[in-house]
Design a binder for this molecule. Structure first.
Ligand SMILES: [Zn+2]
Length: 421
């Protein structure tokens, strides 16, 4: 296996669309670490986000360095080129040290060369037959035809990941970065036996994989709770952990290899099963969040009242006018009930408290409105269009926003994931 930069056991991916919350986000990692739950911070931003906002990847590196220096953070921290592909990776190579290679587009495309599929199956007789994996109560029964089917579906994607990995390694040096492979943005979840076959193929590509983001069962909508069968998720998550531990041994993958949970923010109903499973396997995890912080910016602005609340209301008014346009690109990751979206005129009459009650992710609050929250989640472009007026509001109300950003990540995410008893 190639050399690699090692990623800590628990890591927390944070997105910061407008680049002002780095310190407030890191403060959550500081708090958790002081309490014995060390979360290594990773700042992530995708090509799409950079393009929408008009930023360059180097700005995220600058922000991460500034946050770490300001808070005196002595542990490692990373900058993630999120969901990159061969066409988009180049401008990320210098400033990033974590690369999320997105191969979802190559899944189920016209398969890899038939000869490659046959060679893969021939190379892995151990994948055929009865496979007993520690901590999975029944052995997997995998037939040769099944390995062929999975290879047909995923081998091209894995080979693409290998090409992108090699491209980065050549430019940056293999020892200088962390590799994640993401398959979450695809239509169907990968089963644990599929994950095993995919890991065998990734090991063949000599990718020193440290995190893998499968698509899990259920819906991982942006900024709201998990929707699906929690029991089924729990079983799948446990089996994925068992498969990963097995594959590390079997295929010489890095011992730090772990799952990455995308759209991992706000999935409150699965944090407890996840915490138990991680403990049982003594496994690490990478939680990738992004938009949850932008929503805390809006909450902070609304809480500040006056001009802050005004700007938050303007953003909503514009968003609801363009609801179809804003939601279309995110159709598979949001579930908005349009009948639950308040009219702009009524929101314009809201108090600061009414706005924050509707937006803040507090499921116990009867005024919490998940449709309102999801629409604002996908409407960050509206704030981007406001340019300096929005950025100046962030500066003016920094303290109240920072408090919300830190509290959200620490209280609602890190604590239930690792610290609750
Ligand atoms: Zn993702």
């Amino acid at each position: 296996m190639n050399q690699y930069l090692r990623l800590g056991k628990f890591s927390f991916g944070m997105g910061d669309r407008f680049g002002h919350q780095g310190k407030a986000q890191l403060a959550a990692c500081v708090k958790a670490t002081e309490l014995g739950a060390e979360f290594i911070p990773v700042w992530n931003k995708s090509n799409r986000e950079h393009t929408f906002i008009g930023t360059e990847p180097a700005s995220l590196r600058a922000e991460a360095d500034h946050a770490a220096a300001s808070l005196g953070w002595k542990k490692s921290y990373h900058v993630d080129a999120d969901h990159i592909r061969l066409e988009t990776v180049d401008r990320f190579i210098a400033p990033s040290d974590f690369f999320t290679i997105d191969v979802a587009d190559s899944i189920a495309k016209p398969a890899a060369a038939a000869a490659d599929v046959q060679a893969f199956v021939d190379r892995h007789p151990e994948l055929i037959g009865q496979i007993s994996i520690p901590y999975i109560d029944r052995p997997f029964e995998i037939k040769r035809a099944e390995v062929e089917r999975v290879a047909n579906k995923f081998l091209l994607a894995v080979q693409d990941a290998g090409k992108i990995y090699q491209h980065i390694a050549k430019a940056k040096g293999a020892a200088n970065f962390i590799t994640e492979v993401s398959m979450d943005e695809t239509d169907s979840p990968q089963t644990p036996p599929e994950l095993l076959i995919i890991l065998a193929a990734l090991a063949d590509e000599k990718i020193p994989l440290q995190t893998i983001a499968p698509k899990f069962t259920g819906r991982f909508n942006k900024g709201v709770d998990y929707v699906g069968d929690v029991k089924q998720f729990e079983q799948e998550f446990n089996e994925d952990l068992a498969v990963i531990a097995f594959a590390i041994q079997k295929y010489g993958l890095p011992p730090s290899l772990k799952l990455s949970v995308h759209s991992g923010s706000d999935k409150f109903s699965i944090y407890e099963p996840m915490r138990k499973a991680l403990k049982k396997f003594d496994a690490g995890v990478h939680i990738k969040t992004a938009g949850t912080t932008w929503l805390e910016e809006l909450i902070g602005l609304a809480e500040a009242d006056g001009d802050g609340l005004e700007i938050a209301k303007e953003i909503y008014a514009y968003a609801i006018e363009h609801v179809d346009e804003f939601c279309a690109p995110y159709a598979s990751v949001i579930d908005i009930d349009k009948t639950k979206l308040p009219a702009a005129a009524s929101v314009n009459g809201w108090s600061s408290q009414q706005f924050t009650d509707a937006l803040r992710h507090d499921q116990k609050n009867p005024a919490f409105n998940p449709s309102f929250r999801q629409l604002l989640h996908v409407s960050f472009k509206v704030a981007a269009k406001k340019g300096d007026r929005y950025l100046n509001a962030l500066k003016k109300h920094e303290a109240i926003i920072a408090k919300n950003v830190t509290e959200n990540l620490f209280e609602r995410h890190m604590k239930p994931l690792l610290l609750d008893k």
